[in-house]
Design a protein around this ligand. Structure first.
Ligand SMILES: NC(=O)c1ccc[n+]([C@@H]2O[C@H](COP(=O)([O-])OP(=O)(O)OC[C@H]3O[C@@H](n4cnc5c(N)ncnc54)[C@H](O)[C@@H]3O)[C@@H](O)[C@H]2O)c1
Ligand SMILES: O=c1ccn([C@@H]2O[C@H](COP(=O)(O)OP(=O)(O)O[C@H]3OC[C@@H](O)[C@H](O)[C@H]3O)[C@@H](O)[C@H]2O)c(=O)[nH]1
Length: 346
């Protein structure tokens, strides 16, 4: 039998811990989940932060370069003991001790991602590499917000995850859609080669409060135009379709994916499908029946149809969207009216 040691080390170990331990009040003992949200100052990211902060066991760190996001979106959390905000560009490496990474950082509106395409592809490729490097180093689980744009101008409808897509590799949208495709590849290579725990969400068009007013995306454009009394600019031919998911449904899907056992990719979106003309008619009817609808020129490579098959999300995550477009639009109108300073006429 081993003789009981009586050297100095063991003596220290056998000393009773101070009671109560001074570490009891340390934040590290109060929180059991440290979560990094890249792009957390943006539209979806800030709603995700709100939801994560509701859980008192979560400590949330946001890293954002404020290209399309804003501190304003996180105003209520600044100064909170479980919240930290870092001005950081994900194309540079970052070291923070975390358990989970929600990797959202990337401009999402076509106007902004096409503004500096080289930066967009760097954000998708180098940014994702950096976040995977961080996940590997600290042993964190990482979720990538990929996109329905990986299906390009789809030849299969509705789109299911097994469809490989129809993407132009050299077009003006490629910095974003090919960038996200490489990001997905990197996620799976790190998973297979290094055993990193990954999750991939393929997000379909999402809308809601806090979208930038001049974001350029269709729902924010139409709502701002209807409130200002300007013509709704439908890009030709207007028969192209999209499926719109309200942001609280999206956040719920992302958290379920992160917490569940499936790597994905999993489509998260609302299968309700509308042509852009139908969307314009709906906004006109709900917000400003006086407003005109005008047909304007489109941009190259605009996908002609898009609708998610969400069978996987239903079966594997127990998730499906709850908020219909007609119920979500008025919630967004309220937020836009407040920010534009145009109250509803009674
Ligand atoms: N909203 C949608 O309809 C939609 C659809 C598919 C996928 N997505 C994906 O979801 C994520 C969030 O989209 P969103 O709609 O909230 O967009 P958003 O533009 O509002 O948010 C993106 C955030 O990332 C930040 N960011 C951009 N480049 C960065 C960089 N290099 N380093 C650090 N931060 C950077 C921006 O400042 C912003 O806060 C994106 O990855 C986007 O590709 C969104
Ligand atoms: O004022 C407008 C703006 C856009 N549109 C049309 O509305 C449709 C949707 O355009 P948006 O710019 O909102 O968004 P897109 O569907 O092209 O890309 C979107 O989908 C996938 C995400 O990854 C992207 O982040 C997101 O922007 C397009 O057919 C576009 O031509 C208009 O008719 N009028």
């Amino acid at each position: 039998m081993a003789k009981e040691a009586s050297n100095g080390d063991n003596h220290a170990a056998s000393k009773p811990p101070p009671s109560p331990s001074p570490l009891r009040n340390s934040k590290f003992f109060q929180s059991n989940m440290r979560i990094l949200v890249t792009g957390g100052a943006g539209f979806i990211g800030s709603h995700l932060v709100d939801k994560l902060m509701e859980n008192e066991k979560n400590e949330v760190i946001v890293a954002d370069n404020y290209f399309t996001g804003s501190k304003d979106n996180l105003r209520k959390w600044i100064g909170h003991p479980r919240f930290e905000l870092i001005r950081h560009d994900v194309t540079e490496s970052l070291l923070v001790e975390v358990d989970q990474i929600y990797h959202l950082a990337c401009p999402a509106s076509p106007i902004f991602y096409k503004y500096n395409p080289v930066k967009t592809i760097k954000t998708n490729v180098i940014g994702t590499l950096n976040m995977l490097g961080l996940a590997k180093r600290v042993g964190a689980r990482i979720l990538l917000t990929s996109t329905s744009e990986v299906y390009g101008d789809p030849l299969v409808h509705p789109q299911e995850e097994s469809y490989w897509g129809n993407v132009n590799p050299i077009g003006v949208r490629s910095c974003y859609d090919e960038g996200k495709r490489v990001a997905e590849t990197l996620m799976f290579d790190y998973h297979r080669q290094h055993g990193i725990e990954i999750r991939i969400a393929r997000i379909f068009n999402t809308y809601g409060p806090r979208m930038n007013i001049d974001d350029g995306r269709v729902v924010s454009n139409f709502i701002a135009q209807a409130i200002r009394g300007e013509p709704l600019t439908v890009q030709a031919p207007g028969t192209q379709t999209r499926s719109f998911c309200y942001v609280s449904d999206m956040v719920d899907g992302l958290i379920r994916l992160m917490e569940g056992e499936n790597t994905g990719p999993i489509n998260i979106g609302n299968p309700g499908e509308f042509t852009m003309l139908e969307l314009a008619e709906t906004v006109k009817e709900l917000i400003n029946p006086e407003v005109e609808i005008s047909m304007v020129e489109n941009t190259p490579d605009d996908p002609r149809q898009r609708k998610p098959n969400i069978t996987k999300a239903k079966e594997l995550l127990g998730w499906e969207p709850k908020i219909k477009l007609r119920d979500g639009l008025p919630l967004m109108e309220e937020d836009f009216r407040t920010r534009l300073g145009v109250p509803l006429k009674k």
